[in-house]
Design a protein around this ligand. Structure first.
Ligand code: ADP
Ligand code: MG
Length: 372
């Protein structure tokens, strides 16, 4: 094994609090939960599709935590081979392998008293999973090539993944005991298509970052707000960058947007999955804005078969994601009367749309919590 040419300096002291757009209720809910979780010492697992902002949320947790003055050290578990990752995390002693000319402090040690961010934790090999588990159980660090044990480090672990680790456990690809260890608290960052209110501010932010003063016409903004953004905020940033670089006028109109994006946004090439998502999005938006009444509109649409069971279930799921799994707060969110609590639960149960609230609980062990 040889070391890559570039030397690492992943240590960043006093990371600045990241700027996070959070206009949409589901994103505000994530930040509120993140802040609450940050104050404690629990290990956190951040889930969500690629490009939704998991890195930013991890940094946010660190800056809001009592460890904010100590280092924040990020490790991408997917970027390095197993042996390199082991040496990066735990360090190595001189001569332990070809190219190890000096002793090297591992990043867990560098993060002492601070936070280590294990990005793409689902990509860890079985052996690395076992090594990480051992560290989480006893806080001991054994450097590669060192028999004499051991240093200790006090670090808070924040991990992120875009994989379904529960599924990976079932498939025997991820250790259940490790999942249990890293997911003491859980934050799910919703995809951009489930929080379209964030899009205008994200577009403005992306333009500002480029130092441009281009303005987006309302029509073009509407298209951007309709597009489903499979690559989430990262894709949005790329599109803005591309559009700004070719637009030579101060205004960006629909004609300046990539053709495929416009076609997709206007539904000309909507695939059925996207259409279904769009229906749930629209229902959700109409409910939270108070434009739709649950009983008069949603129930009626459902009973008339204008929307499917899947649409209804997805809408409920969106709501629970915003309320952190609380059906009681779902009443407020959907403008349903408090006295209709039982009625709502019974209606959803009768049509097999009563989604398990435990998927959405932040920071609590699922066992022992009850529905409310
Ligand atoms: N809420 C947000 N506000 C501002 N920028 C964001 C937000 N979410 C994501 N970004 C930006 O989008 C890009 C992708 O975010 P990142 O945290 O790397 O996503 P992930 O880790 O989930 O793949 C980054 O450049 C990040 O700064
Ligand atoms: Mg990331």
């Amino acid at each position: 094994m040889t070391l890559p040419a570039a030397s690492f300096d992943y240590r960043q002291r006093r990371v600045a609090e990241p700027f996070l757009v959070a206009t949409a209720p589901p994103m505000q809910a994530v930040l509120t939960a993140a802040k609450r979780i940050a104050a404690g010492h629990l290990k956190v697992l951040i889930t969500g599709e690629s490009g939704v902002g998991k890195d930013l949320v991890a940094r946010y947790i660190h800056t809001q935590s009592p460890r904010a003055q100590a280092p924040f050290v990020a490790v991408n578990c997917a970027g390095l081979s197993e042996t390199l990752l082991e040496s990066e995390l735990f360090g190595h002693v001189r001569g332990s392998f070809t190219g190890a000319h000096r002793d090297k402090v591992g990043r867990l040690q560098m993060a002492n008293h601070g936070t280590v961010f294990l990005d793409e934790v689902g990509e860890m090999s079985p052996r690395m999973q076992a090594l990480l588990l051992r560290f989480l159980e006893n806080g001991e660090i054994q450097q590669v090539g060192s028999d004499s044990i051991v240093t200790r480090a006090d670090v808070r672990v924040v991990a992120a993944t875009n994989r379904d680790l529960g599924r990976m456990v079932l498939d025997g690809q991820f250790r259940e005991d490790l999942l249990y260890r890293i997911k003491v608290a859980h934050l799910h960052v919703p995809p951009l298509r489930e929080r379209r209110e964030d899009i205008p501010a994200l577009v403005e932010h992306a333009i500002g970052r480029l130092g441009s003063s281009c303005a987006i016409t309302p029509d073009a903004m509407q298209v951007l707000q309709r597009y489903p953004w499979p690559g989430n905020v990262r894709e949005l940033q790329n599109v803005v960058e591309q559009v700004i670089s070719v637009a030579d006028q101060p205004h960006v109109s629909v004609n300046d947007l990539p053709r495929a994006l416009v076609a997709s946004a206007l539904g000309t090439v909507t695939r059925s999955r996207e259409r279904r998502r769009q229906i749930a999005d629209d229902l959700y938006q109409s409910l939270i804005s108070g434009e739709y009444d649950f009983w008069n509109h949603v129930q009626t649409l459902f009973l008339n078969r204008d929307i499917t069971r899947h649409d209804l279930r997805e809408t409920v799921r969106r709501g629970l994601r915003s309320t952190g799994g609380s059906y009681r707060r779902l009443l407020t969110l959907f403008h349903v009367q408090r006295t209709d609590y039982k009625r709502l639960l019974n209606f959803l149960a009768a049509h097999d749309c009563r989604v398990d609230f435990r998927e959405f609980r932040f920071g609590e062990a699922a066992a022992g919590t009850t529905a409310d």
